[in-house]
Design a protein around this ligand. Structure first.
Ligand code: SF4
Length: 369
């Protein structure tokens, strides 16, 4: 069937008059070239929904290489969804430290509890029931439904979007184009092997149809791709101009006791880095706050270090100037704060930005697990 017969197909694809990509060609390619990933079951075997769930939550905004050791650690500590549900949230956050986007860790834990409390410890297989679980959005619900339960579902992530936008040369810009890309993605779904197809799309996007320099000569859909036919596949997906990321500034107060302990506190449970451990600081504001000293956690002789820690969050960049005070060994912690010895850093849920700050305390915390 020519692409022009598909009412969802854009004008560019119609003009190219290419045949609709055959899912069988992609599945045959996948059978030969699938990536070996720790969370993937061997060909022909049933995927464990818990493993799919764990890996998909971890992989959001994070690379396969970064996720692999975290995935192994989580699976070793909490091999089932029931074990994860029974774990204290603080331990889960601490094991997550360094992966970023900490709301995902809290949602992971809340979801495990909901699966145990409302589904007897078994993940539901329908997309709609999965969507009702905390922290599971349309992408993750479709991924679990397709990969673990062989449901006909399209987990459209960045890889899918790139491949589909190129196949059909979609000229509309993201994010608005998503409304068009989704039905085009669904139009590609095969009659069977839904789990393999979902993962084949991910692999094609990750290894062949890459953001820069796609290896079209190796692509199983090269003769059906409108972007390739047009000669400029890298032009897709078209993206709307990004708003500039604002910068916020502040001062972080590094209070170090004579025995090496550092003063820390916990962030509020909701919001950015919710529930994580942190070095006290001023509020983070564009331009910084007017009187940083007023926010110091203890009265002390504070010295501005010649050091600024920077970190980029999804919606703003942060610059924290470091102030340091050295305090006697017996100094008590003010209300809401606690002293943590360097050997206790690893048990705390310090996000990456706080680990950068602690590196200036005189001893470097262990790298994030
Ligand atoms: S032919 Fe090239 S641009 Fe088109 S889907 Fe394949 S790798 Fe991507």
């Amino acid at each position: 069937m020519p692409a022009a017969a598909n009412p969802a197909a854009p004008a560019a694809a119609s003009a190219a008059a290419l045949a609709v990509p055959d899912p069988g060609a992609l599945l045959a390619w996948y059978d030969r070239h699938r990536r070996r990933l720790p969370w993937r079951a061997a060909p022909g075997t049933q995927q464990d929904p818990y493993r799919v769930f764990l890996s998909e939550i971890m992989l959001q905004q994070t690379t396969v290489v970064t996720v692999a050791p975290y995935y192994a650690n989580f699976l070793r500590r909490w091999p089932t969804v029931a074990a994860l549900a029974a774990a204290p949230l603080e331990e889960v956050l601490s094991a997550w430290a360094g992966l970023g986007y900490y709301a995902r860790a809290r949602n992971l834990h809340a979801c495990a509890r909901a699966v145990v409390e409302h589904h007897g410890g078994q993940f539901p297989s329908e997309e709609a029931a999965l969507l009702a679980l905390p922290g599971i959005g349309p992408y993750t619900a479709a991924a679990i439904a397709a990969i673990a339960f062989e449901r006909r579902a399209a987990p459209v992530d960045g890889n899918w979007e790139r491949v589909v936008s190129r196949l059909f040369a979609v000229e509309e810009a993201l994010p608005k184009a998503r409304a068009r890309l989704r039905p085009l993605a669904v139009s590609l779904l095969p009659a069977a092997r839904h789990g393999d197809f979902a993962q084949a799309m991910m692999d094609l996007g990750a290894t062949i149809c890459t953001p820069r320099k796609p290896a079209c000569a190796l692509c199983p859909w090269q003769s059906r791709c409108a972007a390739r036919a047009g000669g400029a596949p890298e032009r897709y997906p078209v993206k709307a101009a990004k708003a500039a990321r604002p910068t916020r500034q502040g001062v972080a107060f590094l209070a170090v006791r004579a025995d090496g302990a550092v003063l820390v506190r916990s962030r509020p449970p909701k919001g950015l880095l919710g529930g994580m451990s942190e070095v006290p600081s001023t509020p983070w504001e564009p331009g910084g706050v007017a009187l940083p000293a007023a926010h110091a956690p203890v009265k002390a002789s504070w010295t501005a270090l010649n050091a600024t820690v920077t970190h980029v969050f999804s919606h703003f960049a942060l610059e924290l100037q470091l102030w340091r005070a050295d305090l006697p060994a017996g100094q008590p912690a003010p209300a809401g704060h606690r002293w943590v010895a360097p050997q206790g850093f690893d048990a705390e849920a310090f996000p990456s930005v706080m680990r950068k700050i602690l590196a200036h305390a005189g001893s470097t915390p262990a790298p994030a697990r």
